[in-house]
Ligand binder design. Structure first.
Ligand SMILES: Cc1cc2nc3c(=O)[nH]c(=O)nc-3n(C[C@H](O)[C@H](O)[C@H](O)COP(=O)(O)O)c2cc1C
Length: 129
């Protein structure tokens, strides 16, 4: 008997929304490698897609913006969070994306890909953990 499994739906969260950001270069590198594998079905959720303000609770405008990205988290079996390091941590918009969802993340595995200056994003990933 042959067991066939559907590819794992992996949402790659691009954490930087800075103008002139380097993030898409790293995301393309990662996606190239993921697409080589038949067992992964990657989807990209770019925090720049949703204009997430840095308020503590989502504003009405932010709730509307979130409706476009929440389904990509909900549909994922697993996540790869791609993050740069800003001032020894990760970007504010990524924090909002995390804080403003709950069940969408729950009980799903997450991996991290980081980049940055001298530490390569090590401290950003430490905060995310
Ligand atoms: C506001 C700001 C703060 C930064 N702080 C750090 C830092 O603490 N450590 C580090 O290694 N790199 C730091 N960097 C360098 C960034 O990690 C690097 O420029 C990275 O490419 C930024 O990602 P992005 O271009 O996708 O936004 C900082 C960059 C910015 C813009």
């Amino acid at each position: 008997m042959q067991i066939t499994e559907a590819p794992l739906a992996v949402t790659v969260v691009v954490g930087s929304n800075r103008h002139g950001r380097f993030g898409p270069v790293v995301a393309d590198w990662l996606l190239d490698r993921m697409r080589d594998r038949d067992d992964l079905a990657p989807t990209v959720l770019d925090v720049a897609e949703a204009d997430l303000p840095t308020t503590f609770a989502p504003t009405t405008e932010a709730r509307a913006a979130l409706s476009a990205v929440t389904p990509k988290l909900a549909a994922a079996d697993a996540f790869v969070v791609l993050t740069p390091e800003y001032n020894h941590s990760y970007p504010a918009a990524l924090k909002n994306l995390i804080d403003w969802h709950f069940t969408e993340w729950r009980a799903k595995p997450v991996a991290f890909v980081s980049y940055g200056g001298i530490s390569g994003g090590l401290r950003a990933v430490e905060h995310l953990r």
